[in-house]
Write a new protein. Structure first.
Length: 86
């Protein structure tokens, strides 16, 4: 098992003093900024991941690795790994 740490910054004040604050009705994790007091949820980049990163996911997964194993090598969302493994 590997532990993946993802740093979350507040999109309003860019502070790193952010804590989890429940789950939205859409199923997304809600966050609260301890600096400015605003709530938000993480969003993926609109552009997605780069071509080189998607190829790397393909290479790692082609070696009969599970999605969890790919996550240990790369810092990307689980859903992204599943999308590019298919």
């Amino acid at each position: 098992m590997c532990l993946i740490n993802i740093k979350v910054n507040c999109p309003h004040c860019h502070s790193t003093k952010v804590v989890k604050n429940g789950i939205k009705t859409t199923g997304r994790q809600n966050f609260l900024c301890n600096t400015c007091g605003k709530q938000f949820h993480r969003t993926a980049d609109a552009v997605g991941i780069s071509l080189s990163r998607s190829k790397s996911i393909g290479k790692i997964s082609s070696k009969n690795r599970t999605a969890e194993a790919v996550l240990c090598f790369m810092v990307v969302a689980f859903e992204t790994v599943i999308r590019y493994m298919a």
